[in-house]
Ligand binder design. Structure first.
Ligand SMILES: [Zn+2]
Length: 65
């Protein structure tokens, strides 16, 4: 069995950033620029720390009920 090279396994995908056709060089992006944009997006997402909700409400102090 040597039909491994017989398969057309080259799937062209659109760039996830600008949905242009991706190139083989910068797969899966269409250009280096879009690749960086994606990288940047990644960084900014990891930088957004989820806000810790501190329930510092002191309204359980009403013991006169
Ligand atoms: Zn692109």
């Amino acid at each position: 069995m040597s039909d491994a090279e017989n398969k057309p396994s080259r799937t062209m995908r659109p760039c996830p950033i600008c949905s242009k056709l991706s190139t083989q060089e910068d797969f899966p992006f269409c250009s280096e620029r879009c690749r960086k944009v994606d990288l940047n997006r990644w960084f900014t997402e990891s930088y957004t720390v989820p806000v810790v909700e501190t329930d510092d409400l002191d309204d359980d102090d009403q013991g006169g009920l």
